[in-house]
Design a protein around this ligand. Structure first.
Ligand code: FMN
Length: 198
């Protein structure tokens, strides 16, 4: 069983590298590339989904850590003055993040995960995106929520950063490893269709 998982992870890794391929790069370099799985998680749910993606793809995990941790008061959506409410009411809010020490240049495919806040990605995701050169990379949004879908937040990200290459996002509430494997395998196929065949 472990062998199958490892093989699948290797195949997916190679396919993702191919998906984001840059003709200038050496073929053998591409096949060694793994995705980066970046996520923000205030209460641990999105972190769990991120770990599953990293397990399945063999990717590198990278947590977006706020410089100031969100307390439960900060996360109180019933309080219009709570930190999360104030941030989400201000499209220009960019909460500071701790340095990740990740070499982003080493990755072509980046999964970006977040909890849905007010039907959007938390503003700290904007901070992350604007702090790195993500041009030319394949970005795959994923999220967890209390029930809302991911479409609004993913569309919002696409609209805000139209120069970046976004893949369709996926809501990962209560998913199993099989769900993740099947999603990742579909992604690889779509990448092949839209990019490799060109
Ligand atoms: C400030 C705030 C706003 C939220 N807004 C929504 C929302 O609009 N729709 C929804 O389904 N869930 C919403 N939620 C619930 C979270 O998306 C959900 O609990 C998520 O899985 C938490 O992920 P985390 O544990 O990684 O932080 C909100 C939670 C918080 C704290």
């Amino acid at each position: 069983m472990n062998k199958i998982i490892l093989t699948l992870a290797a195949v997916m890794t190679m396919s993702f590298a191919a998906c984001a391929q840059n003709n200038k790069r050496e073929k053998n370099m591409q096949t060694e590339k793994k995705p980066l799985v970046v996520y923000f998680s205030a209460t641990g749910t999105t972190a769990r989904a991120a770990r599953m993606i990293a397990d399945v793809t063999g990717g590198t995990l990278c947590e977006i850590v706020p410089q100031q941790t969100y307390t439960s008061d900060d996360l109180d959506w019933n309080d219009k003055q709570s930190r999360s409410s104030v941030e989400m009411n201000n499209p220009d809010a960019r909460p500071a993040v701790k340095d990740t020490k990740i070499d982003f240049a080493a990755y072509d495919v980046i999964f970006i995960g977040y909890p849905i806040w007010w039907n959007q990605a938390p503003r700290i995701i904007n901070t992350f995106i604007e702090s790195h050169d993500l041009k030319g990379k394949t970005l795959v949004p994923f999220a967890t929520s209390g029930g809302s879908g991911i479409n609004n937040s993913a569309e919002e990200l696409k609209k805000t950063y139209p120069d970046l290459e976004w893949q369709k996002g996926k809501l990962l509430n209560g998913v199993s490893y099989d769900d993740i494997r099947s999603w990742v395998s579909d992604l690889v196929k779509n990448c092949d269709k839209t990019k490799i065949s060109k």
